[in-house]
Write a protein that binds this ligand. Structure first.
Ligand SMILES: NC(=O)c1ccc[n+]([C@@H]2O[C@H](COP(=O)([O-])OP(=O)(O)OC[C@H]3O[C@@H](n4cnc5c(N)ncnc54)[C@H](OP(=O)(O)O)[C@@H]3O)[C@@H](O)[C@H]2O)c1
Length: 339
């Protein structure tokens, strides 16, 4: 039988205001099964998450589960939760950039999710490079190429068309860097409302985070717990584990919660919107409850600020092109876009 004692009133969950005025919850539910959890498991978790109080769901066509999640959204809306109370994101995958394809991809997502609009639609990666499902870490597509700004803008203008037509309410970027965002802000007609980026205590990206806030772009933090269940292609020997970090563990003991919960609390109080994933009700219920009770003190927030180890986990090495040095070429580390 369902335990309803773990539910949270969504009205109590902090909200962020996007440019243009839409409200977005300060915590959302991730839906990437990481090649480990089936589409059915993820869809069931979305149903449970809506029940415990989540209203924001981070979807993407490449997660291969939008059709099953769409059935859940339909049920959720039939159960009495209004469409306007939900905040649903999705993303166009790397093989659907450019004229025509962005619109087709969005149309498919709308059909799969059984919606007539998406609240926030992202360009998933700023590259057209992609990999087959379950690709090994050393996989490289022979067609992969470095960032091409003209091509990115071709995609972005299609995103703008979708927004103007009302199929999506807001548009955003994902896996961007400050140099790439500067070019986008120079050339766009419609500014991004949000930017999805990897953010967790051991990878805080202060420069990108602050750049976004200064330009009215809401940071959304993916892999907020340090993605312990991420695909093997995204693991390397020197990766750190956030939920084993000494500062995170110490503060978790003081609050009598799992270290994962401290990662979520830190993210919400810092000002990003984390989108933790879990298929276990106890975990995802904890990930929303922690946003409305027992906040971290300023001292704890400062301590967690010191936990940054500049340790990127989702390095994107499968998107590299022939001739690239290594995964750092994707991230413009010294301020210049790799060619
Ligand atoms: N834009 C992008 O390119 C991009 C990239 C990556 C992810 N994302 C989005 O971000 C979402 C989240 O990222 P992620 O899935 O990589 O990683 P994550 O949320 O950092 O980690 C998920 C894992 O953390 C554990 N966990 C979650 N809540 C917990 C709790 N309360 N207590 C204990 N353990 C907990 C679970 O592991 P166990 O199963 O072992 O308990 C779960 O599988 C994705 O689902 C996706 O929507 C976007």
């Amino acid at each position: 039988m369902t335990n309803l004692n773990d539910c949270v009133d969504p009205k109590l969950v902090p909200q962020r205001t996007l440019r243009g005025g839409d409200k977005m919850p300060a915590v959302g539910m991730g839906t990437f099964g990481s090649d480990r959890f089936s589409a059915k498991q993820v869809a069931e978790a979305v149903k449970g998450a809506a029940e415990v109080g989540f209203r924001m769901f981070d979807c993407a066509s490449v997660y291969g589960n939008e059709n099953l999640i769409g059935e859940v959204f339909e049920e959720v809306i039939k159960s009495g939760i209004k469409r306007e109370e939900l905040f649903i994101t999705s993303k166009v995958w790397n093989d659907m950039h450019g004229k025509g394809d962005v619109l087709l991809s969005c149309a498919q997502t709308l059909k799969d999710l059984r919606l007539d609009y998406i609240d926030l639609y992202f360009v998933h990666w700023p590259f057209r490079n992609f990999h087959p499902e379950g690709a090994p870490p050393d996989y490289h597509s022979p067609d992969a190429r470095p960032y091409n700004h003209e091509e990115y803008m071709e995609t972005w203008y299609q995103m703008e068309r979708l927004k103007k037509a009302g199929y999506v309410r807001n548009i955003g970027t994902s896996n961007m860097t400050v140099p790439k965002l500067k070019l986008l802000l120079r050339d766009c007609t419609i500014m991004p409302a949000a930017s999805e980026m990897e953010l967790h205590p051991s990878f805080q990206q202060p420069e990108l985070f602050n750049f976004c806030l200064e330009h009215g772009i809401r940071p959304i933090g993916f892999s907020p717990i340090g993605s312990p269940t991420r695909p093997d292609r995204d693991k390397t020997d020197d990766d750190v584990v956030d939920i084993e970090d000494a500062i995170v563990v110490k503060i978790a003991k003081e609050h009598k919660v799992h270290p994962a919960v401290i990662c979520v609390k830190w993210a919400v109080q810092r000002g990003q919107t984390p989108i933790p994933f879990s298929v276990y009700r106890k975990e995802y219920a904890g990930n929303i409850r922690c946003t409305i009770e027992d906040p971290l003190s300023d001292k704890e927030m400062n301590e967690l600020g010191q936990a940054d180890k500049n340790c990127r986990l989702i390095k994107g090495q499968v998107f590299l092109w022939k001739g690239a040095k290594d995964w750092t070429d994707l991230w413009d580390i010294n301020g210049e876009i790799a060619k």
